[in-house]
Structures are given as structure tokens and as C-alpha cells.
Design a protein around this ligand. Structure first.
Ligand SMILES: Cc1cc2nc3c(=O)[nH]c(=O)nc-3n(C[C@H](O)[C@H](O)[C@H](O)COP(=O)(O)OP(=O)(O)OC[C@H]3O[C@@H](n4cnc5c(N)ncnc54)[C@H](O)[C@@H]3O)c2cc1C
Length: 271
């Protein structure tokens, strides 16, 4: 019985995916734990084009099979993304774990996905029939569910360069300082000119899904940083009232309190 395929090109990989029921396998750090009985794997590690970090005029492009360790060594990967992935697990997991696997696993606690949301990231999906590029918001439906078709593979994460250059805010709160899944995490990027907010993103781990409240973000544009900081409780509340926090190892009330405090800290950090 075949228990895996090892293509060396993306074209070969998507052709296999179009005709056989296979589970894509990158670093295996999630799949090894799941240990799916009778799985037939599509091993992605020999595909060079999935292991590149490149740039074009608009985007920093991170291949789906790029490991977190590789990305931490790259000058192209933006600081917000580096800070988020530097907090994933421990070196052994970061040496194997990949961006495609973090997205494909569809966890609501995926640290690189949080940073990708804050940076208006996009996902390039490829099948034997063609490709499409969709925002992270459209790819991540909810915990355990993504918007990937059966015949598609994640090929790249695209991060808009103008967002990568912005000042940012990032905090992860776990149960310990290493090997900790986020209980709460917060990522945002912003642009301020002459004390006035021109652009702002804010996204959290703690809701059971990844979301951007873009209509609330828009209400802060044009406000002065001084005003937002001075009225941080009220501005934080605009986001909090839209959010629904989940209960897990910690209570929903704990998550709500921590996220409220992180919003206030975020506003206070803006310059
Ligand atoms: C001890 C431990 C600690 C961890 N700590 C953290 C943490 O702190 N933060 C965090 O975010 N994660 C954490 N994880 C989870 C895991 O390491 C990450 O989700 C990692 O990014 C998965 O990448 P991978 O390459 O190993 O994925 P894999 O296990 O190879 O795959 C994961 C899923 O993605 C799919 N997939 C992989 N590549 C593709 C592709 N190109 N196209 C389509 N689908 C694809 C697979 O089919 C599978 O469903 C931890 C895991 C362990 C075991």
C-alpha cells in the first residue's frame, strides 16, 4: 500500500492532489500528533519553490513549506511576523513547523496566522486548474475550517510591503514562557502622521476564530493618538463589544479582561 507521495515540483504535487485523496504533509508537527489512521501523505518538503522567501514590488512572499527557523533568519520577513513566530513552541518545533502547516491546521491559536491577519496577508492557493489569491480573512473561516478546495494546496503567504513597514504591536500570553499555546495574543500595525492615525489594524487570539473588525478600525482613522490614548477604555470597548470570547484552559472573562488591557496598551504605545 502506498503511504505517501514525494513530488519535487508544485505542478506534480497539485496533479497528484487532483486525482488521489492525500493529506499534505509539511513539517508534520501537527500531523504527527494527529496520527491519522491509514493516511496517504503528500510530502511537500522536496518542493523547492515552496521553500523560498522572495519579494516583488507589492509583497513579501513566504513559501508554504518555509520553516519558522528559516523565516527568522531572513531579512525579508517583517518584524511583526518574526516576533510572532519566535514565540511558537521551542526550537525543535520551529525547525520543522511551516507557514503552510500553521494555516492548513486551521487552529484558532496559530501565531503566524495572527500576524498575517494584522498585516492584511493573502494566501496563494494552487490547483492543477490554476490559482487564486485570497485574503487571510476569507481563507480562515473558523476553528477547524478553511476555505481551501480539495484539489488545492497552499503555495505562498503574501504580505503587503506597505503594511510590513508599519510600526506594530504584538503580545502573546501563554501559560509559560516557552512551548506555550496562546491563551490570548494580540497583533496590530498602525500608521500615524503628525499625531493622527492614518491606518490601524488589531486582531486577537481568544475568540475561537480570527477576525478583523474593520468597521471599528475605520472609526479610529483621523483621530489623534492623544485622544485615543486619553479615552482608551471607550475606544477599546468599541472592539470588545463586537467580540465573543471562548472558554478553554482559561475563562472567557479572563480573555476579555486581558484583551481589554492589551487594547489600552496598544493605544498607549502609538507614536
Ligand atoms: C509541542 C507543540 C507546540 C506547538 N506550539 C505552537 C505554538 O506555540 N503556536 C502555533 O501557532 N502552533 C504551535 N504548534 C502547532 C504547529 O507546530 C504549527 O501549526 C505548525 O505551523 C504546523 O506546521 P507543519 O509544517 O508542521 O504542519 P503539518 O503538521 O505538516 O500540517 C498541518 C496541517 O496543514 C496541512 N498543510 C500543510 N501544508 C499545507 C499546504 N501547503 N497546503 C495545504 N495544506 C497544508 C496539513 O495537511 C495538515 O492538515 C505546536 C505543535 C506542537 C507539537
Amino acid at each position: 500500500m502506498v503511504n505517501g507521495y514525494k513530488p519535487t515540483t508544485l505542478q506534480e504535487a497539485v496533479e497528484i492532489k487532483s486525482r488521489v485523496s492525500v493529506t499534505p504533509y509539511a513539517g508534520g508537527t501537527d500531523l504527527m500528533v494527529r496520527n491519522i489512521p491509514d493516511a496517504v501523505y503528500l510530502f511537500l518538503n522536496d518542493i523547492d519553490e515552496l521553500r523560498q522567501i522572495t519579494q516583488d514590488d507589492a509583497y513579501i512572499r513566504i513559501g508554504a513549506a518555509v520553516t519558522f527557523t528559516q523565516a527568522l533568519d531572513s531579512d525579508l520577513v517583517p518584524p511583526l511576523m518574526k516576533e510572532a513566530i519566535s514565540r511558537i513552541a521551542a526550537p525543535a518545533i520551529r525547525n520543522a513547523g511551516t507557514f503552510g502547516g500553521n494555516l492548513g491546521n486551521a487552529s484558532d491559536k496559530a501565531d503566524s496566522v495572527l500576524a498575517g491577519f494584522a498585516l492584511d496577508g493573502r494566501v496563494r492557493l494552487v490547483s492543477a486548474k490554476g490559482e487564486r489569491v485570497i485574503p487571510f480573512d476569507d481563507f480562515c473561516v473558523r476553528r477547524g475550517v478553511t476555505n481551501i478546495a480539495d484539489d488545492e494546496l497552499i503555495a505562498e503567504i503574501l504580505l503587503p510591503k506597505e503594511k510590513c513597514a508599519l510600526p506594530y504591536y504584538y503580545k502573546k500570553i501563554g501559560g509559560r514562557s516557552a512551548l506555550a499555546i496562546s491563551r490570548v495574543a494580540f497583533a496590530g500595525a498602525y500608521e500615524v502622521h503628525n499625531g493622527v492615525i492614518q491606518a490601524i489594524s488589531a486582531t486577537v487570539i481568544g475568540e475561537g476564530k480570527f477576525t478583523r473588525y474593520r468597521e471599528v478600525e475605520a472609526t479610529l482613522i483621523g483621530k489623534s493618538v492623544d485622544e485615543v490614548s486619553a479615552n482608551a477604555d471607550a475606544y477599546a470597548e468599541r472592539f470588545i463589544e463586537k467580540m465573543t470570547f471562548t472558554r478553554g484552559r482559561v475563562s472567557a472573562e479572563y480573555r476579555k479582561t486581558v484583551v481589554t488591557n492589551l487594547f489600552k496598551d496598544y493605544f498607549a504605545s502609538m507614536k
